[in-house]
Ligand binder design. Sequence first.
Ligand SMILES: Cc1cc2nc3c(=O)[nH]c(=O)nc-3n(C[C@H](O)[C@H](O)[C@H](O)COP(=O)(O)OP(=O)(O)OC[C@H]3O[C@@H](n4cnc5c(N)ncnc54)[C@H](O)[C@@H]3O)c2cc1C
Length: 405
Amino acid sequence: MNFDETPEEAAFREECRAFLAQHGEQKEPGRLRVTMSTMAEDEEAHVKACRDWQRTKAENGWAGLTWPEAYGGRGLTGLMQGIFLEEEARYDLPVGMFAQAIGMVGPTIITHGTEEQKQEFLAPILRGEQVWCQLFSEPNAGSDLASLACRAVRDGDEYVVNGQKVWTSSAHVSDWGMLLVRTDLDAPKHKGITYLLVDMRTPGIEVRPLRQATGGAEFNEVFLTDVRVPVANTLGPENGGWGVAMTTLTSERADIGSGHGMGWDTVLDLARRCGVTDDPVMRQKLVELFTSYEISRFMGYRIRTAASQGVAPGPEVSVMKIAVSDRLAFQGDLVESIQGASGMLWGEDANDDGYWQSMVFTGQWMARIGGGTEDVQRNIVGERVLGLPREPSNDRTTPFRDLLK
Ligand SMILES: Cc1cc2nc3c(=O)[nH]c(=O)nc-3n(C[C@H](O)[C@H](O)[C@H](O)COP(=O)(O)OP(=O)(O)OC[C@H]3O[C@@H](n4cnc5c(N)ncnc54)[C@H](O)[C@@H]3O)c2cc1C
């Protein structure tokens, strides 16, 4: 395992810092912020600020760092991109809105798109002109995504789409969506899926926000009624959408395990402010939390070292996600017990404007569920690391219409 950056990586980090310092202020150390959006007007301003920052990055050659140069990127490694993201996170800059577009849609269009699709979408994505959402999950298709039932029927040069999606992050502010639909009921479930690119302003698309336990409303239900999508907007082959979706999901999983972004020292600081650091039980728990942060840090080094040697991350990413999920669960309980009765307060009445209750305690499930639950990660470890047999099922060979639903 190599803990040091190569000279090129260290020089790149300096280059990132120089660029970022021209455009933003460093975040105040120790200041904790509740970052979810609860107000429509705040959201609008945030989206605009994200678009402006994305355009600035594109104009200065800092957008799509891992995209090939032929498509406006810089052809850098994922490790270099990680360095940029790490440095960007130290600054008060509006980020997040383009993670799906740059990190997931772009690589999928680059891999599977036609030349026309690349021309139409890639440059506007880099310039921050298109916010994208992922219309994959449905009420009966989450962990088992291939069970999706949203139906598309061909009518001349268009598909007519009917169905429902759920948990669609940012759909309410999106310009475009990556949409998985079922186009063949007679094929087994993985083989009758098609991947469409849909303009979110198409008539028949209704987006309904879902209010989360954290207080924010970043998720939505999306209802599609007789939505007409040009056949030209199919990404990859008709009925070959599962393979295309794997490219999108692999890009999503590259982010798994990146954790909460918050350090162990912020919990220690809370414990000091709440006066519990002399309590032997609390001390024991704080040490346990510190240990789990350190374990994740070293696992991160292992994944980074493999990546810098050109080795694609394997099931260790699942192990990392399980470790991070366990830590988030432990940490959520710990910050509540540190605060005692004041841990029941919310918003500005609470410590740090409610950061601990909304971002850490109720917010833990976002990272634990998104991108594949910890149970699903355990299945991956069971099958691919321990070599245990797959769960018995007939759904890889039975036509979708004959499956029990
Ligand atoms: C922060 C966040 C953002 C998201 N954004 C999007 C988005 O933008 N677009 C989108 O399409 N989706 C999105 N999702 C949805 C996400 O992909 C699903 O929530 C996730 O795949 C789990 O599916 P589910 O919610 O239907 O739960 P289910 O699959 O119904 O699972 C319910 C429970 O059963 C367990 N379980 C299921 N199958 C197994 C199994 N085989 N073995 C053991 N246990 C099992 C699960 O671990 C879970 O505890 C997002 C979710 C979160 C939390």
